[in-house]
Ligand binder design. Structure first.
Ligand SMILES: [Zn+2]
Length: 172
């Protein structure tokens, strides 16, 4: 069920159920204690984390050392959602990354970690302050396509024709 296209409600229920079934996982206190924040984005920038866009096979985004690679040509919401998914991985590398050193996780556990990463990323993207800070700090072009992005970039991006865009928060 995991992935960029899972409906938010389904993802939220999956993560809530997992929390009930596996309350002992280190992930839960880890993400509570140390949420994605302006400071954590700044810390990544200080470590010279950069974002590049280039064609990828199959993936929407990936991490190469301290580089976030986003698929070229993603629509604005997809791009920002993918950016925050990768930021969630980088912010919680021990908890949520799936690199070679963590391959002892079963496939099922890896899928659960991917779901939590996606869940964290979508929540962080919906925060206008984090969205603005991440997009501008990584030198990406800001776009307005929903309520969060409207609040984030209303002063910079010319308001598109759609009149209700600032009422709809995209989470799916
Ligand atoms: Zn991932």
């Amino acid at each position: 069920m995991v992935g960029a296209h899972v409906p938010w409600l389904e993802l939220d229920v999956f993560v809530s159920d997992l929390r009930i079934k596996k309350p002992y996982l280190q992930i839960w206190p880890g993400i509570e204690r140390n949420p994605i924040s302006i400071a954590s984005i700044d810390a990544l920038l200080e470590q010279e984390c950069v974002v590049v866009e280039r064609p990828l096979n199959l993936l929407l985004g990936t991490i190469e050392y301290s580089k976030i690679v986003l698929q070229t040509g993603l629509d604005p919401y997809e791009r920002d959602k993918t950016l925050f998914h990768e930021l969630a991985h980088l912010h919680h590398p021990v908890l949520l990354c799936l690199g070679d050193s963590y391959s002892y996780f079963s496939e099922r556990e890896q899928l659960q970690r991917e779901a939590i990463t996606e869940w964290l990323g979508r929540k962080a993207r919906a925060d206008p302050t984090l969205l603005r800070h991440a997009v501008l700090s990584f030198g990406l072009e800001p776009h307005v396509y929903d309520q969060a992005s409207y609040k984030a970039f209303n002063d910079m991006v010319k308001q598109p024709a759609s009149p209700f865009i600032d009422n709809v928060l995209l989470m799916d």
